[in-house]
Design a protein around this ligand. Structure first.
Ligand code: PLP
Length: 372
């Protein structure tokens, strides 16, 4: 199998597996219990927290571990609205956000929150003048993703955070696809991340919170994570997340250079006839979302079963609905249906990527011939 679905999930790094192993094999203690083994597990979790905080590299706050980035985003949105002062009942977000943000915002709107979902341009970027016109002192939170999971486009989150702060609102950044790949802005108040997108294990995410801006808890119980997020933590998952974060931070420029070379190789191998979805300049280059006339993306995927690539977000793929992100760029139904996403990264070999792209191009040409 040639794996080109790095936005859906990433292969677990061998260093991460090694770091996790003792916490699966030997030490099964509850990290919140006072025994010596419990305290050892707790110390391992605190080390992992420090590794993750360092990789996020934003001063003035720290992470709480969660079960996923989806949970972190739900918590940030709901918990911030819950603690917002009276009169601040508005959320501004973008049409290209992940379902974990959009669906939670829709749910909040049903509870009476005033929701504004801003459109993006044909290149996937937010028009900052439009945001400026929308911002007012009723806004509690602005939620914007740094690197888009479907099209790789990079939003100017640093500037957006400044603008949010100017009207007294907080900024939530979904940095799930950005951590370890691009530098995170240092002025967001809440940052959601996920281990499995950075070569760590599945089933663990985190919410970085600026001190003093912690949302109200979403999950109540034993009072773990400073009383903010209850539930027994898994030392193995936390240690894996910490190791993955440290590794990603230490290899960031090396991984970035590798990905840049892969991007050029992929475009060469695909040849003519493709259009790239989203800005080619403001982007992370490990995400290549392309479309072609008279091609059906789902059929391409079905034709090439030994290449793992996708139509867009893994969550949307099963639904049969065209991607909300591609529709937000202004693509019509057929253009969205004719799009596929190739995702590559640290462990992708150039040769396998080139082979996959050539085969994708051949399969697309065959479809075009059949259509003509
Ligand atoms: N946000 C973005 C941009 C994502 O790509 C994903 C995963 O697809 C999520 C949030 C949700 O992350 P998790 O799988 O940890 O719930």
């Amino acid at each position: 199998m040639i794996y080109l679905d790095y936005q859906a999930t990433t292969p677990v790094a061998p260093e991460v597996v090694k770091a996790m192993q003792p916490w699966i094999d030997d030490n099964f203690a509850n990290p919140h219990s006072p025994s010596r083994w419990g305290r050892e597990a707790d110390a391992a979790i605190e080390h992992a927290r420090a590794q993750l905080d360092k990789a996020i590299d934003v001063p003035g706050g720290s992470v709480a571990f969660t079960g996923s980035a989806t949970e972190a985003l739900n918590w940030a949105l709901r918990g911030t609205i819950e603690r917002a002062p009276t009169g601040r009942n508005r959320i501004i977000t973008l049409a290209t956000e992940h379902a974990a943000v959009l669906d939670t915002c829709e749910w909040l709107a049903e509870q009476g929150v005033d929701l504004t979902v801003l459109p993006v341009g044909r290149d996937g970027l937010l028009d900052l003048d439009l945001l400026e016109r929308e911002l007012d002192d009723r806004v509690a939170l602005v939620a914007v993703m740094l690197v888009n999971n479907e099209i790789g486009v990079l939003q100017p989150v640093g500037e957006i955070a400044n603008m949010a702060h100017n009207v007294g609102a907080l900024m939530l950044c979904d940095a799930v696809q950005a951590l370890g790949r691009v530098e995170l802005p240092d002025n967001a108040d809440l940052i959601a991340v996920s281990a499995h997108k950075i070569h760590g294990p599945k089933g663990i995410g985190a919410l970085w919170m600026r001190q003093g801006e912690e949302p109200k808890p979403l999950i109540h119980g034993g009072g773990q994570e400073r009383g903010l997020r209850s539930g027994t933590l898994s030392p193995a998952l936390c240690v894996g997340f910490g190791a993955a974060a440290e590794l990603a931070a230490s290899r960031m420029s090396r991984d970035y250079d590798h990905v840049h070379k892969l991007w050029s190789a992929a475009l060469d191998a695909l040849g003519d006839g493709w259009t790239i979805n989203g800005s080619t300049r403001h982007r992370y280059y490990g995400n290549l979302n392309i479309r072609r006339k008279n091609v059906d993306g789902a059929r391409l995927i079905a034709d090439l079963r030994d290449i793992a690539f996708s139509l867009g977000s893994a969550c949307a793929s099963g639904s049969g609905r065209p991607s909300h992100v591609l529709r937000a760029l202004g693509l019509d139904y057929r253009e969205a249906r004719g799009s596929v996403r190739l995702g590559f990264g640290r462990y992708t070999h150039k040769d396998e990527l080139v082979e996959a792209c050539r085969r994708i191009a051949h399969a697309a040409e065959a479809q075009e011939r059949a259509f003509a």
